[in-house]
Design a protein around this ligand. Structure first.
Ligand code: SAM
Ligand code: MD0
Ligand code: SF4
Length: 350
């Protein structure tokens, strides 16, 4: 029933809307397995058995926004922390020493960091950049266009800002009082000023099949080098706390993204189901592991604030063991960087 679509995608011909929607409707396990198999084959063709790893430093959990889905929304009365620049530099160094290929510096929209044209944030990126040699990804929320050349100059190579959904109505229910176009501009600005960009969607937030197809198409058209999907994890103290967590959808969407865009970087986040969720995501076509967090450093995850962190199950060492058992090869820094060079080169030509 789906064979023709799999065959076409295997040849690297991508997917059209109708095919994306059809694959989203898969229910039986056999077809689902075939979908994952096709995704894995395509991944292998482009990346071999290589998987790359990203360390995660959620250095400030203060936020001025009130996203309905997020534990760290302004109205949630929770304990928060802000690491100093020195602490963040040291955590980034430790992550590099543990072997990750990139460090992702993430924060809520913390006014202390954004103040005076992002002065503190820029200083932090500069200092991390002098201390580590691996690439830096910055995930600071939505900022004015003028910030991008300064982030780039300070040493950030990547900018992550997820649209969550490309349905404007749903966006306004998720990201309360935030502007859809301003958020979407973040990624174009990042690219304009020489950074690579990541987009992403959440699943299980009330979206339809057609919404997901829109997002998959839109993410492809924007040309972000990295694209992701994450299952919404209900958070206590938020308006969406009573919602149900979707089970299979994320894997399906991930595999569909791989069929549609064989050469993009697609993360498996440890922040949804912890270490247990890693291999299913790798088997669905992901080629990057994100949200690797060092244990006992009082660092939180985003969607899973504690899961597997202090036990060390989200450390590089443990992740590497799990990946090696699966037959994956952990990408070296030199391999990651040469892949980034290829990606940048392709973009200049295209
Ligand atoms: N504050 C910045 C922002 O919103 O862009 C950067 C960090 S934010 C916490 C990173 C992403 O985590 C969000 O864009 C969202 O996709 C994801 N996220 C947050 N809460 C989540 C939840 N409860 N379940 C799944 N993903 C979540
Ligand atoms: C992750 N918790 O990779 C992180 C986060 C922000 N750039 C990434 C969502 O899962
Ligand atoms: Fe703040 Fe980001 Fe959470 Fe929204 S998703 S409340 S912007 S930390």
């Amino acid at each position: 029933m789906y064979e023709k679509i799999f065959e076409k995608a295997s040849e690297g011909k991508g997917l059209i809307r109708e095919e994306i929607e059809k694959l989203l409707s898969i229910k039986d396990q056999d077809s689902l397995n075939l979908l994952f198999e096709t995704a894995r084959d395509l991944k292998r063709k482009h990346f071999g058995e290589k998987v790359f790893t990203y360390g995660f430093v959620y250095f400030s959990t203060f936020c001025r926004n009130n996203c309905s889905f997020c534990y760290y929304r302004r109205d949630n009365n929770i304990e928060r922390y802000r690491k100093t620049i020195e602490e963040t530099v040291s955590l980034s160094g430790d992550l590099q020493d543990s072997g990750v290929n990139l460090v992702d510096l993430t924060m809520g929209e913390d006014q202390t960091m954004h103040a005076n044209d992002n002065e503190k944030l820029i200083e932090m990126v500069e200092k991390v950049n002098s201390a580590v040699s691996i690439p830096i990804m910055l995930s600071p929320g939505a900022v004015p266009e003028e910030a991008f050349p300064m982030f780039r100059k300070a040493g950030a190579e990547w900018f992550a800002c997820y649209q969550e959904t490309h349905n404007r109505r749903l966006f306004s229910e998720m990201r309360l009082e935030q502007d859809f176009d301003h958020r979407s501009n973040q990624r174009s600005w990042a690219k304009r000023y020489g950074m690579m960009a990541e987009d992403g969607i959440m699943v299980g937030i009330g979206e339809t099949r057609s919404d997901i197809a829109d997002s998959v198409i839109q993410m492809g058209a924007e040309g972000c080098e990295q694209i992701r999907t994450m299952t919404f994890v209900p958070q206590s103290g938020t308006p969406m706390s009573a919602m149900r967590k979707e089970k299979e959808k994320e894997l399906k969407v991930m595999a569909i993204m791989r069929l549609a865009y064989p050469d993009r970087l697609i993360p498996a986040s440890l922040d949804v189901e912890g270490i247990e969720g890693l291999i299913p995501r790798i088997r669905a076509g992901a080629n990057i592991v994100t949200s690797i967090v060092p244990p006992r450093m009082h660092l939180a995850g985003v969607a899973q604030k504690e899961l597997d962190i202090d036990s060390g199950f989200r450390s590089m060492e443990h992740v590497a063991n799990v990946l090696e058992k699966e037959g994956c090869k952990i990408g070296r820094n030199s391999e990651y960087e040469s892949m980034l060079r290829d990606i940048r080169r392709r973009r200049c030509v295209a």
